[in-house]
Design a protein around this ligand. Sequence first.
Ligand SMILES: [Zn+2]
Length: 219
Amino acid sequence: MAQQDTEHEQAQDEGVLPVDDEGFVIDTEDAGEREEARCARGTARPITVVGNPVLHKECRDVTVFDEELDRLIDDMFASQRAAEGVGLAANQIGVDLKVFVYDCGDDEGVRHVGAVCNPVLRELPADQRRLDDSNEGCLSVPTAYAETPRTDYAEVTGQDARGNPVRIRGNGYFARCLQHETDHLYGYLYIDRLSKRDRKDALRQMAEGTARYATVPNA
Ligand SMILES: [Zn+2]
């Protein structure tokens, strides 16, 4: 009888990522293959937009880590790809649950792919808080962009698709993505962080543009 192939079994579970020496997930390995597998199983759903109540309240915690959650994550990856996004929160496809997915490059151009449930952003000490003012956009505010201050480094703790505790960290654009997606699950859009004037301008850009992907009309 052959020895059990445990290494192979572990590699097959896409819900669980390896961790580095400091306990952070390694979400850069096989990024393309993992994203592809999720998209192949998932179905793209239309994106909710600003004004839809599901985007403006805190989502429910994920408490059941089952196949249904996995199917939701598959659909989220498919929706993210269809809308050409780099991150997507569950309430952006109308699901009131604390989970987000990402497929995002960092400052070195390295691609990060993953999913996190019940994310909490780590409060950085003052000497580690460097603000970056780059442009930010959101699939739920189609065609609008605005300079939005975010820290250039971020850490998120949460759980993976199996309920195991995970820690994710990122810099640059990926750090911005981690902050943006966590905000979504607590009912905040990036335009809520802007001055009144900049928010109004973003909403005007949205009103003047046309989304290049399917959206859920507001009632
Ligand atoms: Zn967004």
